[in-house]
Design a protein around this ligand. Structure first.
Ligand SMILES: NC(=O)c1ccc[n+]([C@@H]2O[C@H](COP(=O)([O-])OP(=O)(O)OC[C@H]3O[C@@H](n4cnc5c(N)ncnc54)[C@H](OP(=O)(O)O)[C@@H]3O)[C@@H](O)[C@H]2O)c1
Length: 244
């Protein structure tokens, strides 16, 4: 995909990977709709995207709130006139500090599922019509190794990301040949607020910066046409010639 002029919706775009991706795409002339709960953070990112040479539109909203999804989709359509790429990046860990399943409140699991699974499901459904009409759309699900590995204390988050992965597989089977490619991306460990919340004692020097990982995501979007439908990709191993 040619990034210049591409119409992209990014959830969780106020900080971390989402913000870094918006800036990396903005530098290449993309038109980006930015979704997160904090309006102030989004306005700042929208200004940074514009200063970098792209177009940024702040759309405050909680993807875990089912009442907000159609408004978010409508505002994105109004701002961009269509959607070529939808990046489901917003996410919650559930309860922090992380805890065993035996100590996890049911409401924390419900919230993780609402934000990490139902939000992407609802927003994909809301934007599917316009994306199919365009005939060459891409949905990126931002996942985690916690979707695959049963890490103790990562239960609510890991189960929700595993559900997201499987939702992506089924979307991709159903949308094959209908102009929408669905790809799941594991960004790897990054030095962000979410990582600090989950693992406050981690050695930050060992973590990738969101900016580095965002550059990998740009490559994934650029080369999406050659990634098989439904593929799960590790961002940090991805380059145009190497498909992990
Ligand atoms: N960091 C890591 O090491 C790591 C590793 C593997 C996978 N990941 C995945 O990578 C993605 C990005 O993570 P990150 O570390 O960059 O996170 P982050 O720094 O915590 O940023 C999260 C962003 O999502 C927004 N957000 C959170 N809940 C939201 C909601 N309910 N509705 C809308 N927006 C919401 C936040 O803004 P508001 O609070 O203003 O809403 C913020 O802009 C996530 O899907 C995460 O699971 C991260």
């Amino acid at each position: 995909m040619n990034i210049e002029g591409l119409r992209i919706v990014i959830t969780g775009a106020g900080a971390g990977l989402g913000r870094a991706l918006a800036l990396a795409l903005g530098r290449r002339g993309a038109r980006v709709a930015l979704v997160a709960r904090s309006a102030g953070a989004l306005e700042a990112v929208a200004a940074e995207v514009a200063a970098a040479g792209g177009e940024g539109h702040a759309i405050p909203g909680d993807v875990g709130d089912k009442e907000a999804i159609h408004r978010i989709a409508a505002q994105a359509m109004a701002a961009l006139g269509g959607v070529d790429v939808l990046v489901h990046n917003a996410s919650t860990l559930g309860q922090v500090p992380l805890r065993s399943l035996a100590d996890t409140e049911c409401e924390a699991l419900e919230r993780a599922l609402a934000v990490n699974v139902l939000g992407p499901f609802r927003l994909t459904r809301a934007l599917l019509g316009p994306m199919r009409l365009g005939g060459d759309a891409l949905v990126l699900m931002v996942s985690s190794d916690a979707a695959v590995e049963p890490y103790p204390t990562w239960g609510a988050y890991g189960a929700s990301k595993a559900a997201l992965d499987h939702l992506a597989r089924i979307w991709s089977a159903e949308l094959d040949g209908h102009g929408v490619r669905v790809v799941t991306v594991d960004p790897g460990e990054m030095d962000t607020a979410m990582h600090a919340d989950a693992m406050p004692d981690a050695d930050r020097a060992s973590l990738a910066s969101p900016g580095e990982v965002a550059e990998r995501f740009v490559e994934i979007i650029r080369h999406a046409g050659s990634i098989p439908q439904g593929q799960r990709v590790a961002a940090q191993g991805f380059s145009a010639g190497v498909r992990p």
